[in-house]
Structures are given as structure tokens and as C-alpha cells.
Design a protein around this ligand. Structure first.
Ligand code: ADP
Ligand code: MG
Ligand code: ZN
Length: 634
């Protein structure tokens, strides 16, 4: 890392601070040497002074034009510490006589006495103070006007990180093949800029990396710099937004200046949405952010297009970006960095387990299968958790078991063996989980049950049922969604069926079921009532996918009604299904209570015993799949 720019700024700051401290120290000293000005607490009345002389309490006095300094005798109680006292000079003509009579030593103040301190104060300290104030104001004003460093004093402290020698390459970024493909052009351009300019092609200026958090956007940007072997200047969008107006714009300016010095190079602006928010969608305006954005736009238009500088930016909220940023000549290229599919996940696991000692039984594909929806950062985390688990289990290499445990830790939190459930609670949890699993097994087109456990986890689950999809799915039918809802409702339905009891244990199931039902009505157009009308729009599809209502109050009420209908029907059907299979529910739950954790095969044995035809179906499905794979191999 080469943070030269940052260091320079730091040095500047340090110098300023030293000067300030020096000034403070001088002021302090001055205060001490001329105590009389600052500590008037020792002042006494002239009467008292005369009294003291009369009582022979005074050792000596120093008389100046305006005051008299009194040094009392040491033994005097009350003034035990030979404290110096003052009184005003009242121009008493008798004073000298009195002093002579009582034998007090006296003299007039010599001019030299406070001369040195005064001299320092008026000729050294005052100018320094005034100059500092001037500097401070000049810097502020310079920034405020956006007029650039004024006398080199108002420089911004942009936290630009410059890395010259990036070792990350595309090999470190697994999957994301389309993204890499579109970035290859940029690499070529950085390396052979003249090839493009000679023919008269306008060079690409910027690309926007878009995708959910943790999918490798930052990693990809670095890899581009690594592949092209050029410096990488990065700054986070949130770093631009500062307390003082105009600072952000100054930072943008500095950033591009630095880039011109380093061309060819890459500028990377992470989380660009924090400055690039659409300017008209805001209720209250934010001047500072707007200025920063404007400066960024100006710089992107203005920088020397014969110099090979490429601006990469990353965001997970592309929909809120200002349209001006996306215009040709700015971030006109959009590179989607989406969640990895099965193959991508396997590749990412491979990349991250390179430096990890793996046992013979490790099957990364199984782990990838059990983590649909996981992003690169999750998978990196899983490999690391697996390695930690291996150490904990006293092994020298990672086994499949460790990785499986790691997946569960990521999904549900660590096992919490010391949480004691009462026997009754444990029973309820067991029936609840088997309820989920049984509904999943008996309905068609649901993900197979992989594992059922009633060992509590730190993230709050008292037990859980893990289903694993057999293959990656991109389209989900209405029937499948309905079945998913029934599986979610299976837990509570089992509790009702067996214990005739309603507990709090189903809150998460209920939440998810309601969400699914709601999407069926408002987003997927799956009800007769609303046909194919969009009633909600997704706000940020790369983050939580929160939806915004797009209908009237009345329609909203109808939607709620419709959602309730779906849930109610599903609930009733689930109850019925479990009621018909009460024998299985009881048998498997007792088994689970005894074993605490059972796996899919064990579980399905019970089911196949009652429904042999399901076993045949499954066998046929597997055979079909195998056939298909063999066919596609040629
Ligand atoms: P983002 O910027 O999209 O939020 P990052 O690039 O910061 O995500 O990724 C975080 C970490 O996740 C990376 O440092 C890397 O270890 C891992 N990672 C993410 N995506 C990938 C990938 N495609 N291949 C390998 N590792 C990845
Ligand atoms: Mg990032
Ligand atoms: Zn549940």
C-alpha cells in the first residue's frame, strides 16, 4: 500500500497542531510571568496594607505607577506561604515616610521586569495568533467557494487509498463470468489505449458494478486493476459526505488530480449511491451531496480522455442513482454482479479452500447445493468456519462434517446445548418440526427434507427443519408457492393437531408465509381477483427487496382480505393433511425426541413405509435425471 497522498495531508495537519500547542504554551507562560494581570485574587485594600505595616507584617514592597506589590513576612500566620499581595497605588505622599519609619524594604518597579513577557506577547504571540486565525478562515472559505486549495492551505483530507501493486486477478474471482467478460474490454483499453484512440474510438470512462452485498464487486474492481497491472485508487462514497459544505467536492477534485498523475489507472468509488442519489427524489435537499455529485459529473466529463483513466463504481441500489450518472460518457456501462448459481458457488468454495487442508471426504458440491442464495462473502465465511470447526474438533484437516456444521452456523447460529427446555417444550418443538417435514414430504414439488433437529441454536431457533432444493430453480409455479406456504404452516398445525395448543414458536413461520402469500397477490398476479395488476413495486431488489404499495387504500384492504384467504385455505389443508397422517407424525416425533437430530434418509424411511408409491416415484425421478444428464453429455 502506498498512501502517500494521505500522509502528506497528515503531515500538514501535524504542523498546524504543533503551532497551536506552541501558542497555548506561550500564553500559559505569559500568564504566569505576569501573574498580577491574571490572578487579582491577592488584592487587599490600602487600609489593610497600612495596617500590615503598622503591625510589622511586611517584609518588602515594590512600587509601580499603578500598584504596590507587597511581600509579607514569612512567620505571619494567615500568609504562611509568603504569598505576594497587591494593592492599588493611591498616590499616598506619606507612604515613603511610613515605609522608612517601619523599616520596610522598598523599591520602585524597574521597567525591565515585565518587559520580556510583554515583548514576546506583542511581537511574537499576537502575530502568530492572528496569522493562524487568518489561515483557518482562508481554508474554510476556500473550500466553501469550491475554489480549490487557497494558498495551498485549504486542502481536503480525501481518504484516497492508492495501491500500486495489486496481486488480485480474475482467478481469485470465481464465477461471475459475464461480469468478467464485460470488464475484459476495459483491461485491454487500459493496456493499449493508443489502439483505441488511433482509430478514433471514444474511450469508455466508467462502469457501474451492480449487485447484492458480498457478491464480489469490490473484489472484481481490484481484479481489473490487478489484471491490467495499473494503480488502483479507491474511496468510499460515504467518505465524500462531510460535515462542512464543499469538502466533498474538493475531495472529488483531489481524487481526479491524483488519478491524472497516475494514469493509466483505475478510480474505484465504492457505495456510489451515497453521493449519487437521485437529486429530484428527495424531499429535503442535501446541498453538500448535490455539490459532490455535480463535481463528480463535471470531472467525469472533463478529464483528459486521452489519458487512460477508468472510473469503476459499485452499488447495490442502482434504482436510486441519479440519471445523469448513467448517461453516455459517464457510467454508461452496467456490469451485473449477481448471486452465484450452483456452479458459481462450487467455484467460489474451491477458490477459498485453496489454502485450506481438506479431508478426502469433502464434497464441495454438496455444500454448494445446501446454500442456495448464498453470496461469495457467505461462502468464504463458511470455509473459514469449517476450518475453525476442524481445529475445535482437534483435526488437522477439514472434513465434510465441519463444513456442514459451518453451513448451519451461518444459517441458524451456533448450537446451544446448554439451553434447557422442559420435557413438554421439547415435545412441542419435536412435533412442530416433524410437522414441517411431513408436509414437505407428502406434497409434491417441494424441496426434500435434509435434516431435522431439536437442538437449539443461538440465533433463536429451538429446532429446525432443513430442506435442500434438488436443483437450481428460476421459475416457481403458483402450486409450488402454495405448497411452500403449507410447509411453513405445518409446524403450528402439528402443535394444534396434537396438543390443541397455540404457542409463540411459529412467529417466524407466520411471517414468511404471509410474505409469500402477499407477493402472490401483489407482485406475481396469481389471484383471480386482481388478475395481472401490479399492486406493489420492489424498491431495492439487491437488498431486502422491500415493496412499496402502488394502489388505493380500498384496494389495499382487499389485498389484506385476499392474503388472509390464501393463508386460511392453506392452514385448513395443512391441518387436514396432518390429521390424515397422525400415525406418521407421532411415530417420527417420538423417534426425533429420542435422537434429537435425524437426517433425510432416516426420515423418508418412515414415510416410504406408509407410502411405497412415493419411493417408486422418487426412484423414477432420479433415473430420469440421470438419463437426461447422460444425454446432454454427448
Ligand atoms: P461486495 O463489494 O460486492 O459487497 P466484496 O467484493 O467486498 O463484495 O466481497 C467480499 C468477500 O467475499 C471477498 O473479499 C471475497 O473473499 C468473497 N467473495 C465474494 N465474491 C466472490 C467471488 N465471486 N469469488 C471469490 N470470492 C468472493
Ligand atoms: Mg464492496
Ligand atoms: Zn417452524
Amino acid at each position: 500500500m502506498d498512501n502517500k497522498n494521505t500522509e502528506d495531508n497528515n503531515n500538514n495537519n501535524k504542523k498546524q497542531n504543533t503551532i497551536l500547542y506552541a501558542i497555548l504554551a506561550f500564553l500559559f507562560l505569559y500568564a504566569f510571568t505576569s501573574t498580577k494581570n491574571f490572578m487579582m485574587t491577592n488584592e487587599i485594600s490600602y487600609n489593610k496594607f497600612l495596617n500590615m505595616i503598622e503591625n510589622n507584617q511586611v517584609e518588602s514592597v515594590v512600587i509601580s505607577a499603578s500598584e504596590i506589590k507587597i511581600v509579607p513576612k514569612e512567620k505571619e500566620e494567615g500568609f504562611s506561604s509568603k504569598k505576594v499581595l497587591y494593592t492599588g497605588n493611591v498616590d499616598d505622599p506619606n507612604l515613603i515616610n511610613i515605609l522608612n519609619e517601619s523599616g520596610v524594604e522598598y523599591r520602585a518597579e524597574s521597567i525591565q521586569e515585565n518587559y520580556f513577557a510583554d515583548f514576546i506577547f506583542s511581537w511574537v504571540i499576537m502575530p502568530i495568533i492572528l496569522f493562524s486565525i487568518f489561515r483557518f478562515l482562508a481554508g474554510r472559505i476556500g473550500k466553501r467557494m469550491g475554489a480549490g486549495p487557497m494558498m495551498g492551505l485549504g486542502k481536503s483530507n480525501a481518504k484516497v487509498y492508492k495501491e500500486n501493486d495489486i496481486k488480485i486477478t480474475f482467478d481469485d474471482v470465481a464465477g461471475q463470468d459475464e461480469a468478467k467478460e464485460s470488464l475484459k474490454e476495459i483491461i485491454d483499453y487500459l493496456n493499449n489505449a493508443t489502439k483505441y484512440t488511433d482509430i478514433g474510438a471514444k474511450l469508455p470512462k466508467g462502469a457501474l458494478l451492480v449487485g447484492p452485498p458480498g457478491t464480489g464487486k469490490t473484489l472484481l474492481a481490484k481484479a481489473v486493476a490487478g489484471e491490467a497491472n495499473v494503480p488502483f485508487l479507491s474511496i468510499s462514497g460515504s467518505n465524500f459526505v462531510e460535515m462542512f459544505a464543499g469538502m466533498g467536492a474538493a475531495k472529488v477534485r483531489d481524487l481526479f488530480q491524483e488519478a491524472e498523475k497516475n494514469a493509466p489507472c483505475i478510480i474505484f468509488i465504492d457505495e456510489v449511491d451515497s453521493i449519487g442519489k437521485s437529486r429530484d427524489s428527495q424531499l429535503q435537499t442535501n446541498d453538500e451531496r448535490e455539490q459532490t455529485l455535480n463535481q463528480l459529473l463535471t470531472q467525469m466529463d472533463g478529464f483528459d480522455s486521452t489519458k487512460a483513466i477508468v472510473v469503476l463504481a459499485a452499488t447495490n441500489r442502482p434504482e436510486i442513482l441519479d440519471k445523469a450518472l448513467l448517461r453516455p460518457g459517464r457510467f454508461d456501462r452496467r456490469v451485473i454482479v449477481d448471486r452465484p448459481d450452483l456452479k458459481g458457488r462450487v467455484d467460489i468454495l474451491k477458490v477459498h479452500s485453496k489454502g485450506v487442508k481438506l479431508g478426502d471426504d469433502v464434497d464441495l458440491e454438496e455444500i454448494a447445493k445446501s446454500t442456495p442464495g448464498a453470496v461469495g462473502a457467505d461462502l468464504a465465511n463458511i470455509v473459514n468456519e469449517g476450518a475453525l470447526a476442524a481445529v475445535k474438533n482437534g483435526r488437522e484437516f477439514v472434513m465434510q462434517e465441519d463444513l456442514r456444521e459451518a453451513v448451519e452456523v451461518i444459517i441458524a447460529g451456533k448450537e446451544k446445548k446448554d439451553r434447557i427446555l422442559s420435557p413438554m417444550e421439547k415435545r412441542i418443538v419435536a412435533f412442530h418440526e416433524v410437522g414441517h417435514a411431513l408436509v414437505a414430504a407428502l406434497l409434491e414439488n417441494t424441496d426434500p427434507v435434509h435434516k431435522i433437529t431439536i437442538v437449539p441454536r443461538t440465533m433463536g431457533a429451538l429446532g429446525y427443519t432443513m430442506q435442500l432444493p434438488e436443483e437450481e430453480k428460476y421459475l416457481v409455479s403458483k402450486e409450488e408457492l402454495t405448497n411452500q406456504i403449507m410447509v411453513m404452516l405445518g409446524g403450528r398445525s402439528a402443535e394444534e393437531e396434537v396438543f390443541n395448543l397455540i404457542t409463540t414458536g411459529a412467529s417466524n413461520d407466520i411471517e414468511r408465509a404471509t410474505k409469500t402469500a402477499r407477493s402472490m397477490v401483489t407482485v406475481y398476479g396469481m389471484t383471480d381477483k386482481f388478475d395481472m395488476v401490479a399492486l406493489e413495486s420492489v424498491q431495492n431488489r439487491y437488498l431486502d427487496g422491500r415493496a412499496a404499495r402502488e394502489c388505493s387504500e380500498e384496494t389495499s384492504t382487499l389485498i389484506d382480505q385476499e392474503v388472509l384467504n390464501i393463508i386460511r385455505t392453506c392452514h385448513e389443508n395443512t391441518r387436514k393433511l396432518l390429521n390424515e397422517n397422525r400415525d406418521l407424525l407421532d411415530k417420527i416425533s417420538e423417534y426425533l425426541l429420542e435422537k434429537e437430530t435425524i437426517f433425510g434418509d432416516e426420515f423418508m424411511e418412515f414415510v416410504y413405509e406408509k407410502y411405497p408409491e412415493l419411493k417408486e416415484k422418487k426412484a423414477k425421478k432420479l433415473a430420469d435425471k440421470k438419463q437426461k444428464e447422460e444425454n446432454t453429455e454427448y
